[in-house]
Design a binder for this molecule. Structure first.
Ligand code: ZN
Length: 307
Protein backbone atom coordinates (compact mmCIF):
# COMPACT_ATOMS: atom_id res chain seq x y z
CA UNK A 1 0.00 0.00 0.00
CA UNK A 2 1.33 3.43 -0.97
CA UNK A 3 1.59 6.28 1.51
CA UNK A 4 -0.36 9.41 0.66
CA UNK A 5 0.60 13.02 1.26
CA UNK A 6 -2.23 15.55 1.50
CA UNK A 7 -1.46 19.22 1.01
CA UNK A 8 -3.93 21.78 2.32
CA UNK A 9 -4.03 25.05 4.27
CA UNK A 10 -6.37 27.00 6.54
CA UNK A 11 -6.17 29.88 4.04
CA UNK A 12 -8.03 27.67 1.57
CA UNK A 13 -10.86 27.23 4.08
CA UNK A 14 -10.97 30.99 4.73
CA UNK A 15 -11.85 31.77 1.09
CA UNK A 16 -15.37 33.24 1.25
CA UNK A 17 -17.78 33.31 -1.68
CA UNK A 18 -20.77 34.67 0.22
CA UNK A 19 -24.03 33.11 1.33
CA UNK A 20 -25.67 30.41 -0.77
CA UNK A 21 -22.61 29.96 -3.00
CA UNK A 22 -22.04 26.28 -3.82
CA UNK A 23 -18.23 26.58 -3.62
CA UNK A 24 -18.14 27.09 0.15
CA UNK A 25 -15.68 26.47 2.95
CA UNK A 26 -17.69 23.58 4.36
CA UNK A 27 -16.66 21.54 1.31
CA UNK A 28 -13.04 21.53 2.38
CA UNK A 29 -13.87 21.08 6.08
CA UNK A 30 -15.92 17.97 5.27
CA UNK A 31 -13.17 16.65 3.00
CA UNK A 32 -10.43 17.07 5.61
CA UNK A 33 -12.64 15.47 8.29
CA UNK A 34 -13.30 12.55 5.98
CA UNK A 35 -9.60 12.08 5.23
CA UNK A 36 -8.70 12.24 8.93
CA UNK A 37 -11.28 9.52 9.69
CA UNK A 38 -9.61 7.01 7.36
CA UNK A 39 -7.66 4.94 9.84
CA UNK A 40 -6.37 2.23 7.50
CA UNK A 41 -4.13 4.48 5.40
CA UNK A 42 -0.78 6.07 6.16
CA UNK A 43 -1.60 9.70 5.34
CA UNK A 44 0.63 12.67 6.14
CA UNK A 45 -0.84 16.17 6.16
CA UNK A 46 1.30 19.09 5.09
CA UNK A 47 0.66 22.83 4.81
CA UNK A 48 0.65 24.20 1.28
CA UNK A 49 3.24 26.90 0.66
CA UNK A 50 2.37 30.09 -1.23
CA UNK A 51 3.12 29.56 -4.92
CA UNK A 52 6.11 31.42 -6.33
CA UNK A 53 4.92 33.88 -9.00
CA UNK A 54 7.75 32.83 -11.33
CA UNK A 55 6.37 29.30 -11.35
CA UNK A 56 2.77 30.46 -11.80
CA UNK A 57 4.09 32.48 -14.76
CA UNK A 58 4.84 29.20 -16.56
CA UNK A 59 1.09 29.33 -17.36
CA UNK A 60 -0.34 32.72 -16.38
CA UNK A 61 1.47 35.98 -17.34
CA UNK A 62 2.31 38.34 -14.48
CA UNK A 63 0.11 41.06 -16.01
CA UNK A 64 -2.92 38.79 -15.55
CA UNK A 65 -1.96 38.02 -11.95
CA UNK A 66 -1.34 41.70 -11.19
CA UNK A 67 -4.76 42.63 -12.60
CA UNK A 68 -6.43 39.81 -10.68
CA UNK A 69 -4.80 40.54 -7.35
CA UNK A 70 -5.37 44.29 -7.68
CA UNK A 71 -9.09 43.52 -7.55
CA UNK A 72 -8.88 41.67 -4.21
CA UNK A 73 -11.06 43.74 -1.86
CA UNK A 74 -10.07 44.94 1.62
CA UNK A 75 -13.55 44.07 2.80
CA UNK A 76 -16.65 42.58 1.22
CA UNK A 77 -16.79 40.55 -1.98
CA UNK A 78 -16.13 41.32 -5.67
CA UNK A 79 -17.67 39.27 -8.49
CA UNK A 80 -15.33 39.03 -11.49
CA UNK A 81 -17.69 38.12 -14.24
CA UNK A 82 -20.89 39.50 -15.63
CA UNK A 83 -24.18 37.61 -15.35
CA UNK A 84 -24.88 34.75 -15.67
CA UNK A 85 -21.40 33.90 -14.37
CA UNK A 86 -20.97 36.55 -11.67
CA UNK A 87 -20.17 33.78 -9.24
CA UNK A 88 -16.35 33.82 -9.56
CA UNK A 89 -15.69 35.90 -6.49
CA UNK A 90 -12.75 37.59 -4.80
CA UNK A 91 -12.78 38.14 -1.04
CA UNK A 92 -10.13 39.63 1.30
CA UNK A 93 -8.55 36.19 1.80
CA UNK A 94 -8.42 35.35 -1.92
CA UNK A 95 -4.75 36.07 -2.60
CA UNK A 96 -3.52 33.66 0.04
CA UNK A 97 -6.09 30.98 -0.87
CA UNK A 98 -5.31 31.17 -4.59
CA UNK A 99 -1.54 31.00 -4.04
CA UNK A 100 -1.81 28.19 -1.46
CA UNK A 101 -4.03 26.15 -3.82
CA UNK A 102 -1.41 26.45 -6.54
CA UNK A 103 1.46 25.99 -4.11
CA UNK A 104 0.00 22.65 -3.08
CA UNK A 105 0.52 21.35 -6.61
CA UNK A 106 4.04 22.75 -6.90
CA UNK A 107 5.16 21.30 -3.57
CA UNK A 108 3.46 18.00 -4.48
CA UNK A 109 5.61 17.92 -7.61
CA UNK A 110 8.75 18.49 -5.53
CA UNK A 111 7.80 15.72 -3.13
CA UNK A 112 6.83 13.36 -5.94
CA UNK A 113 10.09 13.83 -7.79
CA UNK A 114 12.16 13.50 -4.62
CA UNK A 115 10.76 9.97 -4.42
CA UNK A 116 9.31 10.65 -0.98
CA UNK A 117 5.83 9.53 -2.02
CA UNK A 118 4.08 8.57 -5.24
CA UNK A 119 0.52 9.55 -4.40
CA UNK A 120 -0.45 13.08 -3.45
CA UNK A 121 -3.75 14.85 -3.00
CA UNK A 122 -4.19 18.62 -3.04
CA UNK A 123 -7.17 19.34 -0.77
CA UNK A 124 -7.53 22.93 -1.85
CA UNK A 125 -9.94 25.63 -2.89
CA UNK A 126 -10.37 27.63 -5.04
CA UNK A 127 -10.36 24.96 -7.76
CA UNK A 128 -8.45 25.45 -11.01
CA UNK A 129 -9.59 23.63 -14.13
CA UNK A 130 -11.76 26.44 -15.55
CA UNK A 131 -8.97 29.04 -15.25
CA UNK A 132 -7.62 29.92 -18.70
CA UNK A 133 -4.28 31.62 -19.43
CA UNK A 134 -5.68 35.10 -18.87
CA UNK A 135 -9.27 34.52 -17.73
CA UNK A 136 -10.71 33.55 -14.37
CA UNK A 137 -14.09 31.83 -14.54
CA UNK A 138 -16.12 29.01 -13.02
CA UNK A 139 -14.88 29.72 -9.44
CA UNK A 140 -11.25 29.30 -10.73
CA UNK A 141 -8.42 31.87 -10.91
CA UNK A 142 -5.14 29.96 -11.37
CA UNK A 143 -5.08 26.57 -13.07
CA UNK A 144 -3.44 24.53 -10.32
CA UNK A 145 -3.00 21.33 -12.36
CA UNK A 146 -1.72 23.18 -15.42
CA UNK A 147 0.92 25.07 -13.43
CA UNK A 148 2.00 21.79 -11.83
CA UNK A 149 2.30 20.11 -15.24
CA UNK A 150 4.43 22.95 -16.60
CA UNK A 151 6.56 22.93 -13.43
CA UNK A 152 7.17 19.18 -13.71
CA UNK A 153 8.33 19.71 -17.27
CA UNK A 154 10.54 22.74 -16.66
CA UNK A 155 12.09 21.76 -13.32
CA UNK A 156 12.36 18.00 -13.74
CA UNK A 157 12.63 17.77 -17.51
CA UNK A 158 9.66 15.44 -17.89
CA UNK A 159 8.42 15.04 -21.44
CA UNK A 160 4.87 13.72 -21.16
CA UNK A 161 2.25 14.61 -18.56
CA UNK A 162 -1.37 13.44 -18.62
CA UNK A 163 -4.20 15.33 -16.95
CA UNK A 164 -7.34 13.26 -16.42
CA UNK A 165 -10.39 15.34 -15.54
CA UNK A 166 -13.48 13.57 -14.21
CA UNK A 167 -15.16 16.68 -12.84
CA UNK A 168 -18.68 16.83 -14.32
CA UNK A 169 -17.84 20.16 -15.98
CA UNK A 170 -15.43 20.49 -18.90
CA UNK A 171 -12.02 21.89 -17.93
CA UNK A 172 -12.07 24.65 -20.51
CA UNK A 173 -9.05 26.29 -18.90
CA UNK A 174 -6.83 23.22 -18.99
CA UNK A 175 -7.84 22.55 -22.59
CA UNK A 176 -7.12 26.13 -23.65
CA UNK A 177 -3.69 26.13 -21.99
CA UNK A 178 -2.52 22.90 -23.65
CA UNK A 179 -4.53 23.01 -26.89
CA UNK A 180 -1.44 23.20 -29.11
CA UNK A 181 0.95 21.28 -26.87
CA UNK A 182 1.39 17.62 -27.65
CA UNK A 183 3.55 17.08 -24.55
CA UNK A 184 0.46 17.26 -22.34
CA UNK A 185 -2.49 14.90 -22.74
CA UNK A 186 -5.81 16.25 -21.50
CA UNK A 187 -8.76 13.89 -21.17
CA UNK A 188 -12.11 15.11 -19.85
CA UNK A 189 -15.49 13.48 -19.38
CA UNK A 190 -18.25 15.93 -18.62
CA UNK A 191 -21.96 16.51 -18.86
CA UNK A 192 -23.14 18.35 -21.96
CA UNK A 193 -24.90 20.68 -22.27
CA UNK A 194 -23.64 22.29 -19.08
CA UNK A 195 -21.28 25.10 -18.04
CA UNK A 196 -18.85 26.07 -19.60
CA UNK A 197 -20.23 24.68 -22.88
CA UNK A 198 -16.90 23.62 -24.38
CA UNK A 199 -15.46 20.10 -24.71
CA UNK A 200 -16.95 18.62 -27.87
CA UNK A 201 -15.43 15.44 -29.30
CA UNK A 202 -14.20 17.43 -32.31
CA UNK A 203 -11.98 19.55 -30.03
CA UNK A 204 -8.84 17.44 -30.26
CA UNK A 205 -5.99 19.98 -30.08
CA UNK A 206 -2.93 18.53 -31.80
CA UNK A 207 -4.16 15.01 -31.07
CA UNK A 208 -3.55 15.48 -27.34
CA UNK A 209 -7.07 16.47 -26.28
CA UNK A 210 -9.74 13.84 -25.67
CA UNK A 211 -13.24 14.99 -24.81
CA UNK A 212 -16.14 12.78 -23.85
CA UNK A 213 -19.28 14.94 -23.57
CA UNK A 214 -22.10 12.90 -22.05
CA UNK A 215 -25.80 13.43 -21.49
CA UNK A 216 -27.56 13.13 -18.16
CA UNK A 217 -28.81 9.61 -18.99
CA UNK A 218 -25.30 8.22 -19.50
CA UNK A 219 -24.65 4.99 -17.65
CA UNK A 220 -21.95 4.51 -15.04
CA UNK A 221 -20.02 2.16 -17.34
CA UNK A 222 -19.91 4.79 -20.07
CA UNK A 223 -18.23 7.17 -17.67
CA UNK A 224 -15.06 5.07 -17.67
CA UNK A 225 -14.38 5.67 -21.36
CA UNK A 226 -12.39 8.78 -20.54
CA UNK A 227 -9.54 6.44 -19.74
CA UNK A 228 -9.26 4.58 -23.02
CA UNK A 229 -6.70 6.90 -24.66
CA UNK A 230 -4.43 7.56 -21.71
CA UNK A 231 -2.60 4.26 -22.08
CA UNK A 232 -1.56 5.16 -25.62
CA UNK A 233 0.05 8.40 -24.41
CA UNK A 234 2.29 6.64 -21.87
CA UNK A 235 2.55 9.60 -19.45
CA UNK A 236 5.47 9.95 -17.06
CA UNK A 237 3.21 11.46 -14.39
CA UNK A 238 -0.59 11.53 -14.14
CA UNK A 239 -2.41 14.53 -12.71
CA UNK A 240 -6.08 14.17 -11.82
CA UNK A 241 -8.59 16.99 -11.85
CA UNK A 242 -10.78 15.32 -9.27
CA UNK A 243 -14.24 16.80 -9.18
CA UNK A 244 -16.97 14.87 -7.43
CA UNK A 245 -19.94 16.65 -8.98
CA UNK A 246 -20.91 13.73 -11.24
CA UNK A 247 -22.32 12.16 -8.06
CA UNK A 248 -26.07 11.62 -8.10
CA UNK A 249 -26.57 13.91 -5.08
CA UNK A 250 -24.74 16.88 -6.63
CA UNK A 251 -26.91 19.99 -7.04
CA UNK A 252 -25.05 21.44 -10.05
CA UNK A 253 -25.30 18.52 -12.48
CA UNK A 254 -27.38 15.47 -13.29
CA UNK A 255 -25.05 12.51 -13.76
CA UNK A 256 -25.86 9.62 -11.47
CA UNK A 257 -22.59 8.17 -10.22
CA UNK A 258 -22.58 6.45 -6.83
CA UNK A 259 -19.90 7.15 -4.24
CA UNK A 260 -18.17 3.81 -4.94
CA UNK A 261 -17.78 4.73 -8.61
CA UNK A 262 -15.13 7.27 -7.63
CA UNK A 263 -13.16 4.46 -6.02
CA UNK A 264 -13.36 2.41 -9.23
CA UNK A 265 -12.53 5.37 -11.45
CA UNK A 266 -9.49 6.27 -9.34
CA UNK A 267 -8.38 2.63 -9.13
CA UNK A 268 -8.41 2.44 -12.92
CA UNK A 269 -6.23 5.56 -13.12
CA UNK A 270 -3.83 4.05 -10.58
CA UNK A 271 -3.47 0.96 -12.79
CA UNK A 272 -2.53 3.16 -15.76
CA UNK A 273 -0.02 5.04 -13.60
CA UNK A 274 1.54 1.74 -12.56
CA UNK A 275 1.88 0.67 -16.20
CA UNK A 276 3.42 3.89 -17.54
CA UNK A 277 4.15 6.46 -14.87
CA UNK A 278 6.06 4.57 -12.18
CA UNK A 279 2.84 4.86 -10.15
CA UNK A 280 3.16 8.65 -9.87
CA UNK A 281 -0.09 10.58 -9.36
CA UNK A 282 -0.97 14.04 -8.07
CA UNK A 283 -4.70 14.61 -7.61
CA UNK A 284 -6.32 18.04 -7.31
CA UNK A 285 -9.68 18.81 -5.75
CA UNK A 286 -11.87 20.56 -8.31
CA UNK A 287 -15.69 20.59 -7.91
CA UNK A 288 -18.25 18.61 -5.93
CA UNK A 289 -20.95 20.47 -4.05
CA UNK A 290 -22.93 18.00 -1.96
CA UNK A 291 -21.27 17.61 1.41
CA UNK A 292 -22.36 14.02 2.08
CA UNK A 293 -21.27 12.94 -1.39
CA UNK A 294 -17.93 14.71 -0.98
CA UNK A 295 -17.26 12.96 2.31
CA UNK A 296 -17.99 9.52 0.84
CA UNK A 297 -16.25 10.10 -2.49
CA UNK A 298 -13.05 11.44 -0.96
CA UNK A 299 -12.71 8.34 1.19
CA UNK A 300 -12.99 6.11 -1.89
CA UNK A 301 -10.69 8.35 -3.90
CA UNK A 302 -7.91 8.19 -1.31
CA UNK A 303 -8.31 4.48 -0.66
CA UNK A 304 -7.92 3.83 -4.38
CA UNK A 305 -5.03 6.27 -4.62
CA UNK A 306 -3.17 4.31 -1.96
CA UNK A 307 -3.64 0.98 -3.78
ZN1 ZN B 1 -17.41 20.83 -11.71
Amino acid sequence: MEDITVFSHLDCIAKDNGENHPERKERLEVILDSIKSISQLNISFKDSPLADFKIVNLVHPQSYLDDLLSMVPISGLVGLEKEPYADTILCPQSKEAILRACGAGIESANELMSGETKRLFCAVRPPGHHAETIRANGFCFINNAAVTARYLQSKFNLKKIAIIDFDVHHGNGTQEIFYKDKSVFYGSIHQHPLFPGTGMEAETGVGNIFNAPISSDTTRDEFMKILKNVDLFEPEVILISAGFDAHKRDPLASINLESEDFYTLTKNIVEIAKRHSNGRIISFLEGGYDLQALSECIEGHLKALSS
